[in-house]
Design a protein around this ligand. Sequence first.
Ligand code: DPP
Ligand code: ZN
Length: 844
Amino acid sequence: QETIHLSEYTPFGFLIDAVHLTFDLSPNATRVKSRIDFRPNPDATDSTFFLHGEKLTLIEARIDGTPVTPDITDTGLTCTVPDAPFTWEAEVEIDPANNTALEGLYMSGGMYCTQCEAEGFRKITYYPDRPDVMATFTVRINSNMPVLLSNGNPAGEGDGWAEWHDPWPKPAYLFALVAGHLVNHPDHFTTASGREVTLNIWVREGDAHKCAFGMEALKRSMTWDEEVYGREYDLDVFNIVAVDDFNMGAMENKGLNIFNSAAVLASPETATDGNFERIEAIIAHEYFHNWTGNRITCRDWFQLCLKEGLTVFRDAQFTADMRSAPVKRIGDVIDLRARQFPEDQGPLSHPVRPDRYQEINNFYTATVYEKGAEVISMLKRLVGDDAYKNALDLYFDRHDGQACTIEDWLQVFEDATERDLTQFKRWYTQSGTPHLTVAEDWADGTYTLTFTQSTPPDANQSDKLPQVLPIAVGLLSPNGDETVPTTLLEMTEATQSFTFDGLSSRPVPSILRDFSAPVVLDRESSASEQAFLLAHDTDPFTRWDAGRNLARDTLIAMVTEGAAPQGAYLDGLAAVLRDTSLDPAYRALILALPSASELAQALDARGTVPDPDAIHDAQETLRQTLAEKLQDALPGLYAAHQVDGPYSPDAASAGHRSLANAVLSLITRLDSGAQAQTQFDGADNMTQQLAAFGCLLQAKRGEDAIAAFYDQWQADRLVIDKWFSMQVIFAAPDAAASTAAALTRHPDFDVKNPNRFRATLGGLAMNHAGFHRADGSGYALLADWLITLDDLNPQTTARMCAAFQTWARYDEGRKAHARAQMERILAKPDLSRDTSEMITRILK
Ligand code: DPP
Ligand code: ZN
């Protein structure tokens, strides 16, 4: 397998002035004609005329009108060309109906659509398919489909055709085309400078009632980007299309965003509060890409975090502004620890800016996206809000229309702030999660914190250098008052001390407020101190984290020593739950336990081989104990947080439901699901129905609910996805694999639909004790299906291989099963490059 290196970047030998494409759509024989105006690139040294192209049948090619015969391989063509501007024309034939990889032009539910990021355009026509080649596109679509869309502004239409012109130069990965029987949910927006923009969400007819929320989220995003970043929309139309078969969440194609229908369609009856929040965030994310990604794009795919880290950071700021900032921050940290930390601390570890890859699709990772966003958050914290704003203004000013690098990005900050970011850049180049230990000293009114950072070596670097760590700290006095408000300590050395003078008593430190750096804080602290912070900390993140640490420590003691649940945790939690001054959503977060995989990781870090069954049992015992301890308070809490009136997905209402549903789950442990059955039967929205469904499955009295839920929702794919995943996620450990296997035999299982596949097999991977079953049945089932899917859809197969990434932390028996299944996958004939790279890295 060929490995591509960042260090080997060279510019393309040609520039493109204009691209004209004509599509004659036909399910099995679409014809694509291209006319491309090339000229030599004065900045390039290599003048080889190589155009990417895969799975294309070349009908004819011409240069300046004269037929030519290029040399064609599996990956593209080369051709002799003039040493002067010339026009390339080609006609190719492709087969969208048989494109199950969902990359390039494909069909989904009878409509044509495209996905070109990262390297799908080469499956549409021969082209320099690399993000540093930017051009304006004019596209004509010939088809009898009623709705024909592409990027940019409409440039004409007639019976059986439409033409689009995108005036903004763009790389091919932002190309999009849609043709189908679609209905629109229209609206409009006037930008700050007065541009009238037509907005549309295009969906299949039966989904028309699920667009309103997405449209409102789009308008909020457009306003927010004007107000906070000074960024206006730059075309006359903005189209969003919902597609059922889609590998990712959504795609920011210029002026024509294409969304996985799960990431845009919502109605109160069919979508949960969590779905609504996620949809709002993804709509914002894709919209924000119009500036951070499209107007300023990436020079090469190693720079992916340039657009993704920044855009995730921007969408997180947006959500924090629209909803509760602390709740958003805590949710993001839970997600980072659950998905990015295992990646960064396991065999798939790579820098935020990787320096090598075999298949770029394998690097759309939590590290590039979420750690990439954390790096920007640290940068902003270090330079301050005003300097961040100046730097971003300079970035948009200086680099509009360009394809950029992380060096360009950091240079902007250096120029705007006169700060040397040489050391900070290690966040982009060095992999692994730094561990931070803390020593304290107290004498004569002076309190000293000494931090030590270290990052374990990995395959990327054997010796990790110290990173710049912004550590936000506050100090509390023993009576619970805050004596030193949040202060940002800037750590640059391997070991570094910070002192606080003039204190009248030894303080209790609150360290890493707002999770100011993506590190593991290894701080030995007593249960009583954690309980103190849980009761008194003024920073919502560290307060929540104190509760989380208590929960983790008591669960670990239960697993390793057979200890009983700790009183400090139970008492602390009871106090928080009763504290009506706290946001209900925040209380619900405190009530949740660390996940099984987080506990497995914590045990592994302590040198203990995690036993998934023991972890599962400890969680169950702790939940049962909590339910019994809080018994008297639960019915009152449940009643107090019912939301009256018609459903609204706003954050406050969602917070009440989230607390009530967390309480319902505890009540279920005391009443065998009676209350949950009542909620299930009476629910008028999916949040209430699904939470109750989960409780009934957990109480092992889900049979009737399973049948009723299916009857009610069988016509709604997105709801049936939930039906598949809930049954697997809530299955008992010994039944998870057999439940998933049975569901793969259900008539509604569809291996070709990524959402359904992920609901079922991804659901299995989420059932920790079920997937990591000692007999290997979980591993075997996932491997069976990954082997089947690899021929159809390598990208989704490869992503799901990550379920195996933590295999080496378990016992010898489990490891042997996991290894055998991964070797079986590797032995599959014609294994895709995607899957091969993933499994090879995981097995190393
Ligand atoms: N660029 C997409 C996104 O993250 C994913 N392909 O928005
Ligand atoms: Zn993105």
